[in-house]
Ligand binder design. Structure first.
Ligand code: ATP
Length: 614
């Protein structure tokens, strides 16, 4: 008989209880390891050599140990309140009674005289409320692991049916189970239903204890059943983790970068710097005419984006762009919103849900590709990035507004890297991603040769800079209206208490706001703008010669103060203050401040003195 059918659930519940009760990590893993060793021993005895399918796997247990990672069973749609109502109804608890109030309001209403750690979650509270109310009937068969999985299948099926039938099926399933488990088993079944066991051992540790390749395989396939089926014996290793088409791969992630790390990473190495696109991570899987799309979490978005050549918000526009020689592939990239009016990729803040963009609100879906994981039947994640990019480069033709390659540049010095970041920020991008050209693609890894660089990682100036908008620069090409602003500080007035009447150019900012905010600022300024004329310059504004002269300027008393954040103050010969900001971004319009309350030159120089002393 299969272990699943003979293994009593109370043993599993007792194991979980033991693991959760000890705070010592080694003990926790020790208990689990003993349990897994028993399983592996059973496997060895039952399937000595060359096991033929159908093979009994650890999956029925694994999906109970890691319910949040089980993608084979649809969701139950059951939360704490539904369970509370079920218990109240089935146990006949009267409305308003202490017990039913505790179950319904378990977060606030805790059972008396119990250690708060015991009742931190609903299962803990239910355990105490149900303790004297649930009794296992010795005449009824206890629940096996198989029975529990069947019970959970019933809940998931009922949720798919929906409506009154769902309620009826769910109640029936509970009614039949009622007397077959004791209260400890109920506690653990509740945690399984709510998909949070609170064992104090993470998913990775559990997978690693099961098999040394389990985590890597799960990261690639997101399939617990696949892990248990492929990895039967911990002594038998997988030589290469194969990627499967139409199964989501957990994407490779980027480590947080710091200036100190940069020198180390760059030592003798060139890096590839790519724009960090501001959208949602997405994988395109394609085989012949079939497409599938997966999110970062492994959820499928094919219904919205399109499974066939004439379907969805995206596939129907890009299906013809792919190289006919590419029979099958998996591309990794970012799904973004494309601003149809301005003809550029929008920032996420400008749109609501990228997945539902259908062109009606002025935005459409577009995909930016930056990696290739699988090509014509072969997993290519083990190739260095440069070789994967060589495959990617011929995979499709760009389709304006729909399908792009990520922009990248080779950088060899920190200065080049800062310059690229500066350019990205100036274009209102989120940041850049640095990638080691030799790096292989490691699913779900955050430390395998990719670094994300965002200006806020190096921001040391965030609250001190309230400066005046004195001019604007018109966008070139795509963005109409102003794309950048010239900011200034005030020359200290001759007499304290007077309003300032001289201003010095200090910095140009082109980032940190959405297109809508930019338009709003443009509208505020529009009635007062004067075109810049170098032969009739405003006397109140000092520039550094002709450098950084704006396309239009605005009188200080018609303008407003903005707060900017930045990484650093740098010496500069382009602005009248003699210094400017590194990575400046606009944070907010200070409508609560008057124009004459703007930062003064002496305040700026004092700040510069302080920051260079750091
Ligand atoms: P953040 O909150 O900074 O977006 P995160 O924690 O969600 O970061 P990270 O892995 O730290 O995710 O940052 C990398 C994310 O940046 C990727 O998951 C991906 O969605 C996105 N991204 C945008 N452009 C690129 C690119 N060119 N290469 C890799 N990832 C990119």
């Amino acid at each position: 008989m299969a272990v699943e059918s003979s293994a009593p659930f109370y043993q599993f519940a007792t194991l979980c209880e033991k693991i959760s009760k000890t705070a010592i990590r080694e003990k926790k893993t020790g208990y689990l390891k003993n349990f897994l060793d028993l399983w592996h021993k059973h496997y060895e005895q039952s399937y000595p050599t060359n096991p033929q399918p159908p093979i009994e796997t650890f999956f029925p247990f694994m999906r109970l140990l890691l319910p949040e990672a089980d993608r084979d069973r649809p969701v139950y749609g059951i939360k704490e309140t539904v369970l509370a109502r079920l218990f109240i109804q089935e146990l006949g608890l009267s409305k308003g009674s202490e017990a039913s109030e505790t179950l319904l309001h378990w977060k606030k209403h805790k059972p008396q005289g119990v250690d708060y750690r015991e009742v931190a979650d609903f299962a803990g509270v239910a355990y105490h409320v149900l303790q004297n109310r649930i009794r296992k009937d010795d005449n009824e068969a206890g629940m096996s692991i198989r029975d529990i999985n069947k019970f959970l299948d019933t809940l998931a099926e009922a949720n798919l049916v929906g409506g009154d039938e769902r309620k009826e099926q769910t109640n029936q399933a509970f009614r039949e189970t009622w007397r077959r488990m004791d209260v400890l088993e109920w506690k653990w079944l509740i945690r399984i239903i709510l998909k949070d066991l609170k064992l104090g051992i993470g998913e990775d540790a559990i997978l690693n204890l099961y098999h040394p390749d389990a985590k890597d395989l799960y990261d690639v396939t997101s399939s617990l059943s696949g892990v248990c089926f492929k990895l039967l014996d911990p002594k038998v290793r997988l030589s290469e983790i194969e990627i499967s088409l139409f199964m989501p791969v957990k994407p490779m992630l980027a480590e947080t970068w710091s200036p100190a790390k940069l020198r180390v990473i760059l030592k003798g190495n060139a890096l590839l710097a790519e724009i960090k696109y501001d959208g949602d991570r997405c994988q395109i899987h394609k085989s012949n005419d079939q497409f599938k799309y997966f999110s970062r979490a492994g959820n499928e978005n094919t219904e919205i984006l399109g499974g066939g050549a004439s379907e969805g918000n995206l596939t129907k526009y890009i299906a013809d762009c792919f190289n006919p020689e590419a029979d099958s592939f998996i591309i990794d990239g970012e799904i973004c919103a494309f601003d149809m009016k301005e003809k550029c990729i929008a920032t996420k803040a400008e749109s609501y849900s990228i997945k539902t963009l259908n062109g009606e609100n002025g935005y459409q879906v577009c995909f930016v590709a930056f990696d290739c994981l699988f090509y014509n039947g072969k997993t290519v994640t083990g190739l260095p990035l440069t070789e994967r990019l060589a495959i990617l480069k011929d995979l499709f033709q760009v389709e304006e507004g729909r399908l792009y390659y990520a922009t990248r540049k080779k950088v060899t010095t920190p200065e080049e890297c800062y310059e690229y970041l500066n350019e990205a920020i100036d274009r209102n991008e989120e940041g850049i991603i640095l990638k080691q050209p030799s790096s292989v693609y490691k699913p779900n890894s955050r430390s395998a040769g990719w670094w994300k660089v965002k200006p806020e990682f190096v921001d040391s100036l965030s609250d001190q800079l309230d400066v005046l908008v004195v001019g604007g620069y018109y966008g070139t090409g795509r963005r109409t209206g102003f794309s950048h602003f010239l900011l200034a500080v005030a020359q200290n007035p001759d007499k304290a208490g007077d309003y300032p009447n001289k201003f010095l150019s200090f910095c140009r900012v082109g980032s940190g706001y959405t297109y809508k905010e930019l338009q709003e600022m443009g509208l505020k300024l529009a009635p007062h703008l004067k075109p810049w004329n170098s032969s009739a310059k405003p006397a109140w504004l000092t520039l550094m010669g002709e450098k950084e002269k704006p396309d239009a300027y605005i009188e200080p008393d018609k303008s407003f103060i903005v707060k900017v954040s930045a990484a650093q103050l740098l010496d500069s010969d382009a602005f009248a203050t003699g210094c400017t900001l590194r990575f400046p971004r606009l944070k907010e319009c200070r409508t609560d401040k008057h124009w004459y309350e703007c930062m003064t030159l002496s305040q700026l120089l004092e700040l510069k003195g302080q920051s260079s002393g750091r």
